[in-house]
Design a protein around this ligand. Structure first.
Ligand code: MG
Length: 482
C-alpha cells in the first residue's frame, strides 16, 4: 500500500515536472519566427513624478491600475528599479544616453532642471538611444514631455527622433502672470489650463498654446498608436514620456472623478488606460510578440504637493531626494514569448540599463568611445541569469550623495529634497541594508566599517574616470543666442 502510494506520488511528480518544463521560462523564451528577421520594436513609457507606491501592483490601496498590473503579470516587475536622478531633466538625459547625467553636463545644484529661460540642453555629441537605433533602420518618435532643451539645437529631431509631438518642458512652467491666476500653490489646487502658457509642439512648430492639458494624455496615446500603425512594417522605437502626473494635474473628461484617490488617482488611472490602449494596438497589429514595452517613472513622487503628489510606498522621501523614495520607481517590462510571464525580479536595475539592453536587443554596438553606465539586462529579462548591476550612484546635481553596492547603501551626504536647508555630510556615512530595511530607518554604519571601506573604494574608482563637462542647466537663454 505504501509502495503503491509512493509510486503514485512519483508519477504525479514526474507529470508535474514535465508540465512545468513545458511551461518553463526556457521554453517560452524561444524567439517567435519573426524576431530573427528584424530587431524588436521598443516602446518606453515614462511617467513623470509617479512614485514607487502609486500602482496597484506596487501596493497602492485606492488607485486602480488593472492594465499596468496585467502588463506586470504578463512580463517582469522589478522591485529595485532606479531612475538615474531624482528630478526630471537629468533623469531623462540618463535614460536616453545610458549615462549618469553628470557625464553629459545635464545636472546642476544651482538649477536642478531646465527652464524656459535656459539656454542649454542635451549636447549634440551625446548619443541617444534613438540615434543609435537609426543604425538598424528604426523609425523613432518622441511623444510627450521632452525637457532636454527647448531651443532648436537640442530638440528631439536633432537627437535621432524622426517625429516629435509634445511639450518642451514641464507643465508647471510658463506660468501666466495675471491677477486671475491664484498665487502660489493655490493655482495647483484647482488648476485651469490657462494658468500655464505651455506650448504643444509637432516637430519644431508650436501647434497650440497653452496646451490643453486636459486631453494631453489621451492625445499622446493616439499619436503613439498612429506612429506605430504608420511604421508597423519596420522596427520602431517609441519614447512616450507622459506629462503627468507632474503637477498641475489634468485628466480628460472620461476620467473625471473616477478614482477613489481623487484627482491624482484619476490621472494615474488615465495613464493606466493609455498603456492598455498601446498594448491592445500592438496586439491588433500583430506586433505583440516582437515588441518590448517598458513602463517606469523619471523620479519619485513630489511629496511637497501633499495630496497632489504621489506615494513612494514604504520608501523614504520622494522627488528631489537621494533617499530611496526619490529614485526607486516602478519598473515593468513586457514582451510576450520572450520575457517569462509573472516574473518578479529583485535585481538592481536602472533606467540607464534600458539604453544598453535595447542596443543589445537590436544588435547595435554599445558606444565604446565614452563611458556608458547602463548594463545589459537581457539575462534578467529572459530568466537566464542574474543582473550585472551591483552598484548604483545617487547624485544630486554634481554632488555624489550616496552609493548602493549590493544590498547596502551608504549616504555620504543627505539634504532635504526642497527648501533652504543645506547638505549635511556624514562621517562615518550612514549605512542601510536595503533588503532588510528598504525604508532606510536603521543606521548600521558602526557595525560594518568593512562595508563602508569597500564602498569608499568604489567611489575612488568611480572618480578616477569621471569627467564632468560644464553644466548645460546653468546656461542662460540670453547667453546662448549671442
Ligand atoms: Mg519628474
Amino acid at each position: 500500500m505504501q509502495a503503491s502510494s509512493g509510486s503514485r506520488v512519483f508519477l504525479w511528480c514526474a507529470l508535474a515536472l514535465c508540465s512545468a518544463m513545458l511551461a518553463s521560462p526556457a521554453s517560452t523564451a524561444i524567439p517567435s519566427p519573426d524576431v530573427k528577421d528584424r530587431p524588436p520594436n521598443i516602446v518606453v513609457i515614462f511617467a513623470d513624478d509617479l512614485g514607487y507606491g502609486d500602482l496597484g501592483s506596487y501596493g497602492h490601496p485606492t488607485i486602480r491600475t488593472p492594465r499596468l498590473d496585467r502588463m506586470a503579470a504578463e512580463g517582469i516587475r522589478f522591485t529595485q528599479f532606479y531612475a538615474a536622478a531624482s528630478v526630471c531633466t537629468p533623469s531623462r538625459a540618463a535614460l536616453l544616453t545610458g549615462r549618469l547625467p553628470i557625464r553629459s553636463g545635464m545636472s546642476s545644484d544651482r538649477r536642478r532642471v531646465l527652464f524656459p529661460d535656459s539656454g542649454g540642453g542635451l549636447p549634440a555629441e551625446e548619443i541617444t538611444l534613438a540615434r543609435a537605433l537609426k543604425e538598424k533602420g528604426y523609425a523613432t518618435a518622441a511623444i510627450g514631455k521632452w525637457h532636454l532643451g527647448h531651443l532648436e539645437p537640442f530638440q528631439p529631431r536633432r537627437h535621432g527622433f524622426d517625429y516629435y509631438y509634445g511639450i518642451p518642458y514641464s507643465n508647471d512652467m510658463d506660468r501666466v502672470n495675471d491677477e486671475r491666476v491664484p498665487s502660489g500653490r493655490a493655482a495647483f489646487q484647482d488648476p485651469k489650463v490657462e494658468y500655464w502658457n505651455v506650448p504643444l509642439m509637432r516637430n519644431e512648430t508650436i501647434i497650440e498654446r497653452p496646451a490643453d492639458q486636459t486631453t494631453i494624455t489621451r492625445r499622446y496615446t493616439e499619436e503613439a498608436i498612429r506612429f506605430i500603425e504608420r511604421n508597423r512594417d519596420q522596427p520602431f522605437f517609441v519614447y512616450l514620456p507622459h506629462t503627468m502626473p507632474h503637477v498641475p494635474l489634468f485628466r480628460s473628461p472620461d476620467f473625471e472623478d473616477v478614482s477613489a484617490r481623487g484627482l491624482y488617482g484619476d490621472v494615474i488611472e488615465e495613464i493606466d488606460w493609455s498603456t492598455g490602449q498601446l498594448l491592445d494596438a500592438l496586439e491588433r497589429l500583430d506586433l505583440d510578440r516582437n515588441t518590448i514595452v517598458w513602463f517606469t517613472s523619471d523620479n519619485g513622487p513630489w511629496l511637497t504637493f501633499n495630496e497632489q503628489g504621489g506615494s513612494a510606498g514604504l520608501l523614504r522621501e520622494g522627488k528631489g531626494s537621494t533617499w530611496e523614495g526619490g529614485m526607486r520607481v516602478p519598473g515593468i517590462a513586457r514582451w510576450p514569448g520572450r520575457i517569462p510571464a509573472g516574473t518578479v525580479s529583485l535585481d538592481v536595475a536602472s533606467t540607464m540599463d534600458i539604453f544598453t539592453t535595447s542596443l543589445k536587443l537590436a544588435d547595435v554596438p554599445v558606444p565604446d568611445d565614452r563611458i556608458i553606465d547602463g548594463v545589459d539586462l537581457r539575462a534578467v529579462l529572459f530568466g537566464t541569469g542574474k543582473g550585472p548591476r551591483d552598484t548604483m550612484f545617487f547624485y544630486r546635481g554634481p554632488r555624489l550623495m550616496a552609493v548602493r553596492h549590493g544590498s547596502w547603501k551608504a549616504h555620504f551626504i543627505t539634504q532635504p529634497a526642497y527648501g533652504d536647508e543645506g547638505p549635511e555630510t556624514h562621517d562615518p556615512p550612514r549605512l542601510f541594508h536595503l533588503d532588510h530595511d528598504p525604508s532606510e530607518q536603521h543606521d548600521r554604519s558602526t557595525e560594518h566599517p568593512d562595508v563602508l571601506a569597500e564602498i569608499k573604494q568604489l567611489v575612488e574608482q568611480h572618480r578616477t574616470d569621471l569627467k564632468a563637462p560644464p553644466s548645460q542647466l546653468e546656461i542662460p537663454l540670453a547667453g546662448r543666442s549671442q
